[in-house]
Design a protein around this ligand. Structure first.
Ligand SMILES: Nc1nc2c(c(=O)[nH]1)N[C@H]1C(S)=C(S)[C@@H](COP(=O)(O)O)O[C@H]1N2
Ligand SMILES: [Mo]
Length: 392
């Protein structure tokens, strides 16, 4: 059976990862979600160039061949759209009405962005790197055509895990995912990972572009009043995958499983409630727990009373951050990581007999693959296997 990406908007394509079909630690490229603001540009390996200019001693335009001569680096990272889960908000917010699937986890290979920046010798007062995609268009509140572009603070741009990526799970990037070269900014919201990248401009000030200041901001209130904050780091979050919301379960032992992630941190713990958040039990983490990557988890739940139940999961990061119970309205339609109830019904019929040793379980398949992949990652680069996750 061919699995597809569920479409949220047809043009430009915005489609989700079909999480309920998930059977591996990494998301297969063909079903990895797509978030496009404009039409996808047609770039070829021949016509692609990467301009590096601005606050540098040496401007330069890289060709595909030149980029490929540089030492490669591979990083596993989960990419989540900042608007993931928007359709679950009780107070509706404008924008793409994502379900839970604006997220995917992949192995990314490319060249550290730092290598290319250093070759141009940035001036010492450089603050940000403007990263521009080849795609352009207009927005309802911005009738002037513009490119998709983001400013990346220099420290994160220079981090060795921030990549100019050209392979995804070992395959050349697809057009939808930014071919031939995209940025990957591990641990930060998807919007930072600019696709179809063709221009880097080093700036001595903060970039004030549309996708930086009009969109992808949250409000913050402090003693001096309200201010706008740019989105960058992904917040800690979890998602129940099986059983699906609305499922009918049988009395007995039922396996609850899902994913959890924490941006630049690793996941330290996942807790599960079956009574709407009144009481919590620790779930078991399955497979690798690494910074940037989502972690798989499961919980064996014994239930005897047929009735309606509210599952809730919440993740806790290695920095002791946890998911809030409610969405903070100052975040608007972004950074939606509240611990959302997941209703199921136990019906008085038959017996459930899930167990830890159930080898046909899909989650066990995922765990095996996860362990295999983490070994593979060890082979690639011993030093970067588990970064300290502290980020910058
Ligand atoms: N050039 C360009 N880069 C982009 C975007 C875009 O529309 N144009 N969308 C961003 C957003 S909001 C997200 S969430 C990620 C999604 O990456 P994906 O489509 O590969 O899943 O790409 C980011 N990079
Ligand atoms: Mo996004």
């Amino acid at each position: 059976m061919q699995i597809e990406r569920p479409i949220v908007t047809e043009y430009p394509e915005n489609s989700e990862t079909p999480l309920s079909e998930m059977r591996s630690w990494v998301t297969p490229n063909a079903v990895f979600f797509v978030r496009n603001h404009f039409a996808e540009p047609e770039l070829t390996l021949e016509n692609w160039r990467l301009q590096v200019h601005g606050h540098v001693r040496k401007r330069r335009a890289w060709t595909w061949e030149e980029l490929n001569e540089l030492p490669e680096r591979t990083v596993f990272a989960t990419i989540e759209c900042a608007g993931n889960g928007r359709s679950f908000l009780r107070q509706p917010e404008p924008g793409v009405q994502w379900g839970a699937g604006a997220i995917g986890h992949s192995e990314w290979t490319g060249v550290p962005l730092a290598t290319v920046l250093e070759a141009s010798r940035p001036l010492s007062d450089t603050l940000e790197v403007l990263c521009e995609g080849a795609d352009s268009g207009t927005e309802p509140d911005q009738p002037q055509p513009m490119h998709f572009a983001r400013g990346l603070p220099l420290a994160k741009a220079m981090h060795p895990d921030t990549l100019l990526a050209f392979r995804m799970n070992g395959e050349p990037l697809s057009r939808s995912h930014g071919a031939p070269v995209r940025l990957i900014v591990p641990g930060w919201y998807g919007v930072c990972s600019v696709k179809w990248i063709t221009r880097l401009e080093l700036l001595d000030h903060q970039f004030e572009g549309y996708f930086q200041t009009n969109k992808y901001t949250i409000r913050r209130r402090d003693a001096r009043g309200e201010c706008l904050k740019r989105l960058n780091r992904m917040a800690v979050k979890s998602q129940i995958i099986r059983p699906r919301a609305g499922s009918e379960l049988r009395p007995g032992v039922n396996r609850i499983s899902g994913i959890a992630w924490a941006g630049e941190e690793a996941v330290a713990k996942v807790e599960i409630s079956t009574d709407g958040g009144r009481s919590w039990r620790a779930a078991s983490l399955v497979g690798p727990q690494a910074p940037y990557s989502w972690t798989l988890w499961e919980y064996l739940w014994e239930v005897n009373t047929p009735k309606d139940y509210q599952f809730v999961s919440r993740a806790i990061s290695t920095a002791s951050e946890t998911q809030p119970a409610e969405h903070d309205s100052l975040r608007g339609g972004y950074m939606i990581n509240f611990a959302r109830p997941h209703p199921v019904r136990v019906i008085p019929s038959g017996r459930a007999q899930d167990s830890w040793g159930d080898t046909v379980s899909r989650l066990d398949d995922m765990a095996l693959e996860a362990v295999e992949l983490s070994r593979k990652r060890l082979d690639i680069d011993m030093d970067s296997e588990f970064t300290d996750g502290g980020g910058i």
